[in-house]
Ligand binder design. Structure first.
Ligand SMILES: [Zn+2]
Length: 93
């Protein structure tokens, strides 16, 4: 998957630093502008650097949208349990 494909699929790229756990969700359109549309997300992630500690070891996950490569850790949205358990029952009459 390239950055332009990720942008077209409307996925989110969640990246985090393996060193300090700093986490970010960069805007993909900005990344396309900076790195080019044909850069694969793997290459892109390899060129990132943590803005908090400067470490280059980052991990990432593709989440949401119509992901071409679904990750077991990434939901597609709408995975909420059915049944409205969080809704309080009406008071008894
Ligand atoms: Zn860091």
């Amino acid at each position: 998957m390239t950055l332009s494909q990720a942008l077209a699929a409307k996925v989110r790229l969640i990246v985090w630093c393996k060193s300090c756990q700093h986490r970010a969700e960069p805007d993909i359109a900005d990344q396309v502008a900076s790195y080019g549309p044909d850069v694969s997300v793997i290459d892109w992630a390899g060129r990132l650097r943590c803005s908090a500690c400067g470490e280059r070891k980052v991990d990432f996950v593709v989440s949401g949208g119509d992901a071409l490569e679904p990750s077991p850790r990434a939901g597609r949205g709408g995975n909420f349990p059915a049944g409205g358990k969080v809704r309080p029952l009406p008071p008894p009459i």
